[in-house]
Design a protein around this ligand. Sequence first.
Ligand code: NAD
Length: 323
Amino acid sequence: MAITGGAGFLGSHLCERFLLEGYRVICVDNFLTGSVANVEHLMAEDGFRLMRADVSQHLSVPGGLEAVLHFASPASPSDYLRLPIDTLRVGSNGTFNALELAREKGARFVLASTSETYGDPLVHPQPESYWGNVNPIGPRGVYDEAKRFAEAMTMAYRRAHDVDTAILRIFNTFGPRMRPFDGRAIPTFVRQALLGEPITVSGDGSQTRSICYVDDLVEGIVRLFNSNLDGPINIGNPHEVSMLALAEWIKELTGSSSEIAFIPRPQDDPTVRRPDITLARTRLGWEPRVPIEEGLRRTIAWFEEHSPLWSAQDQADLATTAL
Ligand code: NAD
C-alpha cells in the first residue's frame, strides 16, 4: 500500500501498524512538516520503502497496490497558516493525484479528512450528517476548505470512476512524534510544562476539544480500511475537555511549576468540538480504549525522552497563536 504523508505524526504510526499487519508499505512524503526521523526505525524492514515526492506535483508508484491512504497535508494550525498555498494544493491537486493512483491500480482509497470540515459547529456533538459551519475566506479556510474539496473529489471518483473510497473524519489526535513546536495544544502545553515556561491558553480557555490517543485512531483506520464503508465516518474520542482544564491536567501530570498564561484567541477558533461516534461504534465495532490520562502520560514520557533533541530549527517553526 502507499501512504502519503507517511513520515508525519499519524502517517508514521500507520506505516508501523500496517507493516505489523503484513503489508508492504510505500511511504510517500516531501518532508514539508514530517521528517525521516519518524520512520528511520522502519528503514531496515523488508516491506518498507520511503519515497520522497511532492504528491501535489505528481504521484506514481511502480507495481501493484492494494490501497492508497492519503494523509499528506499540513495539519497543525501553525503549519497551514504559514503554508496556505501548499495546504490548498495538497488538498486539491494532491488528492486528485492520489485518487488517480488508486484508480490506476484498482486500490482502495482512504482520505484523511478532519473534524475541521464542521468548522465552528452549530450542532453538538457533530454527527457525520452535519454539513458544518466554515468561514471559507478566513485564515483557517485554507485547511477546512481544502479538506471539504478533497471529500467532494473523493465522492466524485467513487461515483464517476467506481473507485473504492472511504472518507475518515479525524478529531484531534495526540501522541508520540508530535513536534514540540508545531503549535497544537498538547505538544505546546507539554513542552512549556517541561521547560517550566508559562503554559499559554488562548482566550479564557473555556473552548473545548475532544482528544484521542493515536493508537485508538490507528485501530479505527485499520477497521475502516478493512470494511466496505465509504464514510464519511468520525473517528475520535468523545472525551471533551476545555483548554484550561487540559493545561491544568498536563501541568499536574508533569509536576511542573509553570504558570498558566492567557493569550488572544485565534480567528475562527472553534468553540466546541466532540464527535458523535455512533456510526463507528455500530458499523466498525470501534471505540476508544486508551484513557486520556494514560495517553497523556505516554506522550509526556516520549517528550521527556526527546527534549534534549529540541533544536533551534524546531523553535523557528514556532508560530504565534494557533492552538
Ligand atoms: P503531519 O504534519 O505530522 O503529517 C503530514 C505529513 O504530510 C508530513 O509528513 C508532511 O511532510 C507530508 N506532506 C505534506 N504535504 C505533502 C506533499 N505535498 N507531498 C507529500 N507529502 C506531504 O500531520 P498529522 O497530524 O500526521 O496529519 C496527517 C493527516 O491527518 C493530515 O491529512 C491531516 O489533515 C489529518 N488530520 C490529522 C489530525 C490530528 O489530530 N493529527 C486531525 C484531523 C485530520
